[in-house]
Design a protein around this ligand. Sequence first.
Ligand code: SAH
Length: 346
Amino acid sequence: MDRIEINSLTFEELKEFMLKLGEKSYRGEQVFTYLHRSKCIDIDELHLLPKDLRENLKVISKVRKMDIYKKYISKIDNTVKYLFLLEDMNIIETVVMEYKHGYSICISTQVGCKMGCSFCASTKEGLIRNLTPAEMVNQIYLAEKDLNINISNIVLMGSGEPLDNFENTLRFIDIISHPKGHNISLRNITLSTCGLVPRIYDLAEENLPITLSISLHSPFDDERKKIMPIGRRYSIDELIEACKFYVNKTNRRITFEYTLIENVNDRDIDVKELGKILKGLKCHINLIPLNPISEYNEDRPSRKNIERVQKELMKFNISVTIRREMGGDISASCGQLRRSVTQKNK
Ligand code: SAH
């Protein structure tokens, strides 16, 4: 029988788990706090527990672990990129950025990705597997321990499509924000999706005050389908409809990510149409200059053109920012670092 991964259980699930073992539910609370506040990684470290309970736990459960495989530190802005080695030898990528208001981490939710966006390095070898909640929290705990910092912001924008790993992502959010554990504010968590429409409705029903971020990248179905295969499954109309539902339900402002690709989605007609479809929606646009990858033969617009797009969009009364680039010298936003290693190992 597979042992239960106890650091993937939510607070409530851990209490249930203990009750089923014939223990008091407060034992579940203790274990949760050990795992997610003290960041213990070994059942033997759970000193408050009686020895026979610890021994029993070791037989039926385990703490999912991972290790730092490589670490890169930017000389420009101290951004740190980690490659983590999972128990099954897969590798994932995580980035820690320092801002004025604290530390922010960009975590992966899957090994690889099956969404197939043409400009994205994470998807080039398809989906290998989903990450478990423990593997998501571990990215945060290992980085915090290694850098001796406290992370206050989390973005689910690393490799993978979080809404394609829906249950585990929700569990992760529950665990990392729980007051008896790490206690990160839900408002400081951003979930980024390429637009799995039914899952956006499901997420809205959860009514969490997290920030939902939608990768839009084109206001035209024909063009979007070319760069994002998910556009063949759900039209932009359907996607925007789901976004409106989300905003109404949660009263949270939505972010739209828009990766700027020269002559593909930065033309006047793109900007006008984008402004038109988002006008009046409680939203924010984040312009991301394309990070060119070898498998995608397009470039980013010039700085001047990026700023022009921003200015034009602002005329629609939408707030628009240009993503600041961090860690430019340590290669590799968007899964490029992991890919450079997996390619070499072949
Ligand atoms: N699967 C999720 C989250 C991961 S990608 C999603 O699609 O939103 C995070 C963001 O980076 C997305 O907006 C994605 O489209 C963008 N991105 C991926 N590769 C990129 C590249 N090479 N240049 C610029 N942005 C990229």
